[in-house]
Ligand binder design. Structure first.
Ligand code: AR6
Length: 173
C-alpha cells in the first residue's frame, strides 16, 4: 500500500517588515553574537518584543556563526523568535556554509516546536555585508533542501525589506 504523505512546505517571498508577520508562528532574528538589540532586524525585533526579550536571551548568549537558538516572542504577535547569527562577510569563513547553517538550523529548530509557519529576513545581507545575490541563492537552496526533513512546517516566508531585494530573491527561486 502507498503511504500517504502530507504536502511539502511552500516557500513565499514577500516585501515587508519582519516584526509585522502576525500569521507566522516563528520569526527569525538576524542576531548578533550577544543576542542583544542593535541595528537592522535585531533592533526592530527587540523594540517590538520589549525588554523581556533581552532578558530571556542573556543566558543563551554568546552564539557562534551558523547557530540558532529560540526564545519566546513576548510582545510580538508570534509564538517564538529564533535567533541566528549569520557570518560577517569577509571575516567568518566558510561564509557560504555558515549562512546555509543558519537557515537549516533555524528550520530544524522551528520544526521541533511542531509549528506550521516561519518567516526569515535576509540574514547577513545588511550590516554583515553578504552580497545579496549570493545570499539569496544560498538561502533558497538551503530552504529547498531542508523541506523534505520538515514534519510540521508548511509555510516558509522570506520577508524582504524592499522591492529590489524581492526581485533578487525571485530570480533565485
Ligand atoms: N524587516 C525585514 N528586513 C529587514 C528589516 C525589517 N524590519 N530591517 C532590516 N532588514 P541586518 P545582518 C533587512 O543588518 O546583516 C544588527 O545590528 C536589511 O535590509 O538586520 O545579519 C545585529 O545586531 C537586510 O537586507 O542583519 C547584528 O550585529 C537584512 O534585513 C547585525 O546587525 C539583514 O540586515 C546583523 O547583520
Amino acid at each position: 500500500m502507498n503511504e500517504i504523505k502530507p504536502p511539502l512546505a511552500q516557500i513565499e517571498l514577500v516585501v515587508g517588515d519582519i516584526t509585522q508577520q502576525a500569521d507566522a508562528d516563528i520569526i527569525v532574528n538576524a542576531a548578533n553574537a550577544q543576542l542583544e538589540s542593535g541595528g537592522g532586524v535585531a533592533g526592530a525585533i527587540h523594540r517590538a518584543a520589549g525588554p523581556d526579550l533581552a532578558e530571556a536571551c542573556r543566558p543563551l548568549a554568546p552564539i557562534r556563526p551558523g547557530k540558532a537558538v529560540i526564545s519566546p516572542a513576548f510582545r510580538l504577535p508570534n509564538s517564538y523568535v529564533i535567533h541566528c547569527l549569520g557570518p560577517v562577510y569577509g571575516r567568518d569563513e566558510p561564509s557560504d556554509t555558515l549562512l546555509a547553517n543558519c537557515y537549516r538550523n533555524a528550520l530544524l529548530l522551528a520544526d521541533k516546536q511542531q509549528v506550521k509557519s516561519i518567516a526569515f529576513p535576509a540574514i547577513s545581507t545588511g550590516i554583515f555585508g553578504f552580497p545579496k545575490e549570493k545570499a539569496a541563492e544560498i538561502a533558497l537552496r538551503t530552504i529547498k533542501s531542508s523541506i523534505p526533513s520538515l514534519q510540521t512546517i508548511r509555510t516558509i516566508r522570506m520577508v524582504l525589506f524592499d522591492q529590489a531585494d524581492l526581485t533578487i530573491f525571485e530570480g533565485k527561486l
